[in-house]
Design a protein around this ligand. Structure first.
Ligand SMILES: [Ca+2]
Length: 492
């Protein structure tokens, strides 16, 4: 039996919640006592993963926005633990998603950026960048495939952006797909007609964010007696900026704050928040709240010119904090302490092992996981907290971006590109960025310079060398390609 047939058989059996331990254990992908009912008769926890597109670090009330209104998201955040140093694996959509779903750093799957890695004027590109992959290989065991043998039914409702058909959500282990295919944004806009091949149009005037919420509610209702994984990657709040008139008018009357003042964007955020409120209510109505863990995360930083990521430097497309630091919380009733925060750095690839631990599912044999489960961080009462916490602060995390991303944007290193081929590493409070064109290094101490204004590379050569060495060692281990070939068109 090949892996795909095996997973199919897992799915078929899992639907009946009568998983045969020995068959699956033989393939190395399930823990003992594997049924959705678990050993003590309690249904395994449901997972709701709310994944917003392009939402900046400060684009929600719980992260301090005074302009955007997100009362439902904030309420959920207050009931859970807010991670203040949560990172996307990349500063843009597709690679961030590929890393999240695979639990692997970009060099393992080759999804480094969106579309071509040769963006911008060829005359301004010194190097030939590493070719990009726009599809997540179907041989890679996604998180949906990994938890299926533990009895989970899963849905992807919203943006996929890693190709379609056998590479779409269904081909990658989700039982349900609504609206997910190769597109990275609503091609025809946020109002019907959507022209989305994976979702028939709704009634005239229907708004996409509301529709995805409706679909999420249907999935929860239909599967209320099962253990479910709802992956809800909203198309919001990515461009095109389109929202409901009455909400836009509301924000037009409201004064901006801290550089945030786009009424249409604010209205898109509020519609998203209303959707979260409806999901909370549905879980309450069905008595599922206590057994449902909600994750909230975004795939990259806010877009400069639309929102403000202050005090962070830069925005979407950059390896500065504004491009990669995300609003994030986990709400696990009975486990996370209300009003708690955690400043240990976590990153997109950590969610896969975290969800494996929560669901009791096992990693598929041979599948490399680059991240670490942060379940121990979710409960401050846990005696292991201090140990685990220090472990996360001592761990280095990496970004590898051997591509050009064009665009003039405030905070960028040069006026033509948001990012030129480069890499970054964070260890403790220090972050090092390397630029492959000229070998330039920038070192920042995020503890007292979160805005990345003071490059300490010359001032702290030992720290710079320590982090650079970590980067080189990791690059070798992950087989991460660095562009070295000169571009003959280069004529700045
Ligand atoms: Ca995005």
């Amino acid at each position: 039996m090949n892996r795909r047939d095996f997973l199919k058989s897992c799915a078929a059996v899992a639907k009946g919640f009568a998983v045969s331990n020995c068959a699956f254990a033989a393939a190395g992908c399930v823990s003992s006592g594997s049924s959705a009912q678990g050993r003590i008769g309690q249904k395994r926890p449901n997972i709701v993963f709310i994944f917003i597109d392009d939402m900046g670090w400060r684009d929600v009330g719980f992260m301090g926005s005074q302009y955007y209104e997100t009362p439902n998201i904030d309420r959920l955040a207050r009931q859970g633990i807010v991670f203040t140093n949560a990172y996307a694996n990349a500063p843009n959509c597709a690679p961030s998603r590929a890393c999240l779903l695979s639990g692997q750093y970009s060099p393992r799957h080759g999804v480094y950026t969106v579309g071509t890695s040769s963006r911008g004027s060829s005359k301004l590109r010194k190097l030939i960048p590493i070719a990009n992959t726009t599809v997540l290989d179907s041989k890679i065991v996604t998180i949906a495939e990994a938890i299926k043998p533990a009895g989970y039914i899963s849905a992807s409702i919203g943006k996929w952006h890693l190709r379609d058909r056998q590479f779409g959500p269904i081909g990658q282990g989700f039982d349900v797909n609504v609206g997910g295919y190769s597109a990275g944004h609503p091609v025809k806009g946020y109002f019907v007609p959507y022209n989305n091949p994976e979702m028939p149009d709704g009634p005239p005037g229907e708004y996409l964010t509301d529709r995805l919420t409706n679909e999420a509610l249907n999935f929860i209702q239909t599967n209320k007696d099962k253990s479910f994984f709802l992956y809800l990657p909203h198309y919001a709040v990515h461009t095109p900026l389109q929202a409901k008139k009455e909400l836009i008018n509301k924000y037009k009357k409201k004064p901006g704050s801290n550089g945030q003042n786009n009424a249409t964007y604010a209205a898109m955020i509020e519609s998203t928040d209303q959707g979260v409120g409806r999901i909370i209510n549905k879980l309450d109505e069905l008595g599922l709240t206590d057994n449902t863990i909600v994750f909230f995360f975004s795939d990259n930083g806010g877009v400069k010119g639309i929102t403000s990521n202050q005090p962070l430097r830069g925005g979407k497309g950059m390896l500065y904090e504004g491009g990669i630091r995300e609003p994030m919380f986990v709400c696990w009733p009975g486990r996370t302490a209300p009003n708690s925060t955690c400043d240990a750095p976590v990153i997109g690839i950590d969610f896969y092992p975290t969800i494996l631990e929560i669901t009791g599912a096992k990693k598929a044999r041979g599948h490399i996981l680059d991240g670490q489960s942060f379940v121990a961080l979710l409960n401050k009462e846990n005696s292991a907290f201090d140990i685990k916490y220090s472990k996360f602060n001592k761990r280095a995390i990496f970004w590898h971006f051997p591509a050009y991303l064009q665009g003039k944007a405030e905070g960028a290193r040069d006026p033509y590109f948001r990012t030129r081929p480069g890499a970054a590493v964070r260890l403790g409070n220090f972050k090092l960025i390397e630029y492959f064109e000229d070998g330039a290094l920038e070192l920042y101490n995020l503890e007292d310079d979160i805005a990345e204004q003071k490059n300490l590379a010359m001032k702290m050569p030992d720290k710079t060398a320590e982090l650079h060495k970590l980067m080189l060692t990791w690059r070798k281990k992950a087989n991460a390609p660095v562009p070295t070939k000169l571009n003959l068109d280069y004529d700045p």
